[in-house]
Design a protein around this ligand. Structure first.
Ligand SMILES: [Zn+2]
Ligand SMILES: [Zn+2]
Length: 321
């Protein structure tokens, strides 16, 4: 899958991270600040994961609603306790007497500590609740056929959720190995690729050109495993020592770690009282989580010169932008 992540508000604007799944014609959005994305991009969004509903992370919901209103689709909104009331509150700010021909469904997934409540709001009924389903709690919020989204609760005086996009592992066939075994490519290749990702399927047999081979044998000789892309988004929380390990595990070996850095170490007190990170905190998380690239954002507007924050993070972790 070709994946392109980009920040909406730059370094100091309202946070939002747009993750474009280029060959799926579908996009995901982590947080919903005042956004600067093109309208066509906002129409491609299928799922929105909201960290918390402070205004800088949620004000963009209105634009998203406006642009998707005439689409025939389901827009999923994931978020912490209270997200349903926040979404309903926004929708009730408008009059919906001419909505019978609309086809948009908003599906809110409110993540509670013990369960997830899925509430369907139908545009053609003025966004009245048309269905409510509960499902068991899981840190994996979404499982698509090619990727999943996980969350972790952080402390921002209120719950603030971190999100990770994790592309599934995939395998590619080594063409020269195919020739060495004298095998012709065919529909069996796709079958082998899917079986090879199932650890319990090694003993199963595939019949190719009148001969039986085990999945284990074929996988060993023909396939190269490719790890999927991982993108982690961390924002608005206090870095408490006792959570360091959890956070590093959550962001573990991400290809991109998008992490807030509201303040510099000099403003450590301010970071503490507002439950935000310093740039040093962000660098430390990147180092412990062994990520490939750290991207800082959500800089306080007091900083005209971003190099102070970038340099501070670099003292902990080299690959910062
Ligand atoms: Zn906040
Ligand atoms: Zn914020």
């Amino acid at each position: 899958m070709k994946i392109k992540p980009r920040l909406g508000g730059g370094k100091s604007g309202d946070p939002s991270l747009y993750i474009e799944l280029l060959d799926r014609k579908r996009s995901l959005l982590f947080d919903c600040g005042l956004n600067y994305f093109k309208h066509a991009l906002l129409r491609k969004i299928s799922d929105v994961c909201v960290s918390h509903t402070h205004i800088d992370h949620f004000i963009g919901f209105d634009t998203l609603l406006r642009l998707n209103l005439t689409e025939e689709k389901t827009l999923q909104i994931f978020g912490p306790p209270g997200i349903l009331q926040n979404v309903i509150g926004k929708l009730q700010g408008y009059t919906w007497n001419i909505c019978q021909n609309l086809r948009l469904i908003i599906l809110v997934q409110e993540i509670l500590p013990d369960r997830i409540i899925m509430t369907e709001l139908a545009s053609w009924k003025g966004f009245a609740i048309t269905n409510v389903v509960e499902r068991p709690h899981s840190s994996q919020l979404l499982k698509d056929e090619e990727f999943s989204i996980n969350y972790l609760e952080l402390n921002h005086k209120i719950p603030s959720f971190a999100y990770s996009f994790i592309e599934d592992e995939s395998c590619n066939v080594r063409k020269e190995a195919l020739a060495q075994l004298g095998l012709e490519p065919g529909p069996w290749v796709a079958k082998l690729k899917s079986l090879a990702l199932d650890s319990a399927a090694g003993h199963k047999e595939l019949h190719i050109q009148d001969q039986a081979y085990t999945v284990e044998f074929l996988a060993q000789h023909l396939l190269i495993h490719k790890r999927g892309v991982k993108i982690t988004y961390l924002t608005d929380f206090l870095l408490e020592n006792q959570r360091m390990e959890d956070i590093a595990r959550f962001a573990w070996q991400s290809d991109w770690l998008f992490c807030e850095a509201s303040f510099s170490e000099q403003e450590r007190d301010k970071a503490k009282t507002t439950h935000h990170l310093t740039a040093k905190d962000a660098g430390k998380i990147a180092r412990l989580a062994q990520v490939k690239q750290l991207v800082l954002f959500h800089f306080s507007r007091r900083y005209q010169d971003y190099s102070i924050l970038l340099e501070e993070a670099r003292q902990e972790f080299p690959r910062v932008e």
